[in-house]
Design a binder for this molecule. Structure first.
Ligand code: PLP
Length: 412
């Protein structure tokens, strides 16, 4: 076995990791789906658990030597149940997209109908975008948000009555409002549809008790573990006991092979962190910070889609600012602020050069930033957007940002 340190054996990879670490330390990470994991999560993720095959489930594996692996996976399951009040949990999905696919394949037959939100109104690729394989396999129909920017529950009911979907799907990646799960459940009950919530973005805010929790109400809830939940990259499925068998069979052997137990151990550590009282404070601060950004940006005449934010993110329509989402993303990158370009509701532009940007507060809040820093951030954002063609201004903003981030060290 090669026993050299990474820095000695592979200076190429070592130095790239060092550069990426510096980028993370010195920039303002505002992509709302990103976060920074704790050293404890990193330690579990980089552990020798990566060496072990363990196809199957706790107490029922195809391989020998799984006694410790079983303990790891059981702890992850028990903690997730406690966090969300779930009846049954599968922690094996490799990421959010495979978790969703495993659920569709578990609950539906090819050709059956899923009622999900329009992608430009905040839905996710895996909810039926035409570029995905799932769009060939299932019949996706869509509801939207109304003029006030909230889910159009009346249209959702009409669509459900008209299309009789087997599955009603909620949960979004660019939508900033609270969700009325009871109302949606009542609509789904009327048409005898199953209910699925994909809480990939807001799982940490739900775990922290700051947003409505669909888990006690819905048939199935999927999530990622690496966004607001602040764990390693991965997925998870929670469901009612009556779906436990079909969900588990769909994940393995239906869809995946051996689970990644080093990753599952890191999920367990992250769940333990999320069960601490500090995490509740974290989740609350994430939302407070987003509200301050919203206020400050509204003062500067920015158009906040959906009217306002109730969670960790803002979708901003830049049409009145005279630049596209792509142009803003490039300028902000040069200034040291990382966001992503994003479609806005009924966007006349294309996904590669849309009208908006999406940004959020989970990663900055993990660094310890609060309301005062958000006011600075809003000002820098506005300066960079307004002077997007001026290298000098962008460089000056970047310098100020490096100075601020030095006061909020990450892994130092
Ligand atoms: C991020 C996200 C996913 C996909 O997760 P990956 O881990 O990137 O596969 C699925 N659904 C929603 C709503 C998301 O925001």
């Amino acid at each position: 076995m090669n026993r050299q340190k990474l820095s000695q054996f592979d200076p190429d990879i070592f130095s790239i990791i060092a550069k990426e670490r510096k980028r993370q330390e010195e920039g303002l990470e505002m992509i709302p789906s990103e976060n920074f994991v704790s050293p404890a999560v990193l330690e579990a993720l980089g552990s020798i658990l990566t060496n072990k095959y363990s196809e199957g489930y706790v107490g029922n594996r195809y391989y020998g030597g799984c006694e410790f692996i079983d303990s790891v996976e059981q702890l992850a399951i028990d903690r997730a149940k406690e966090l969300f009040g779930a009846e049954h949990v599968n922690v094996q999905p490799l990421s959010g997209a495979p978790a969703n696919i495993a659920v569709y394949l578990a609950l539906l037959k090819p050709g059956e109908t899923i009622l999900g939100m329009d992608l430009s109104h905040g839905g996710h690729l895996t909810h039926g975008s035409p570029v995905t394989h799932m769009a060939d396999l299932f019949n996706f129909v869509r509801y939207k948000t109304n003029a006030q920017g909230v889910i159009d529950y009346d249209e959702l009911r009409d669509m459900a009555r008209r299309h009789k979907p087997q599955l009603v799907l909620v949960g979004y990646s660019a939508y900033s409002r609270e969700i009325d799960y009871r109302k949606i459940k009542a609509i789904a009950d009327e048409t005898e549809s199953m209910t699925m919530a994909d809480i990939a973005h807001i799982a940490g805010l739900i775990a922290g008790g700051r947003m409505n929790n669909p888990v006690p109400l819905f048939d199935v809830v999927t999530t990622t573990t690496h966004k607001t939940l602040r764990g390693p990259r991965g997925g998870m499925i929670m469901c009612k006991e009556k779906w436990a068998k079909v969900i588990d069979k769909s994940v393995f052997p239906g869809f995946q092979g051996g689970p990644h137990e080093h990753n599952i151990s890191a999920k367990a550590v992250a769940f333990k962190e999320a069960l601490q009282p500090e995490f509740r404070i974290y989740a609350g601060q994430v939302i407070k910070n987003a509200k301050v950004l919203e206020e400050e940006l509204k003062k500067r005449d920015y158009t906040i889609c959906f009217g306002q934010t109730d969670n960790h993110l803002l979708l901003i329509d830049l049409t009145n600012k005279g630049l596209t989402g792509r142009e803003a993303q490039v300028a902000l990158d040069a200034a040291g602020i990382t966001v992503n370009k994003n479609m806005v509701p009924d966007d006349p532009r294309s996904p590669m050069n849309p009208s908006g940007i999406r940004l959020g507060t989970p990663a900055l809040t993990t660094r310890g930033m609060k309301e005062d820093q958000m006011r600075l951030v809003a000002d820098w954002l506005d300066t960079a957007v307004t002077h997007h063609a001026s290298e000098t201004v962008l460089q000056r903003v970047k310098k100020e940002i490096v100075e601020l981030t030095a006061k909020f060290p990450l892994y130092a």
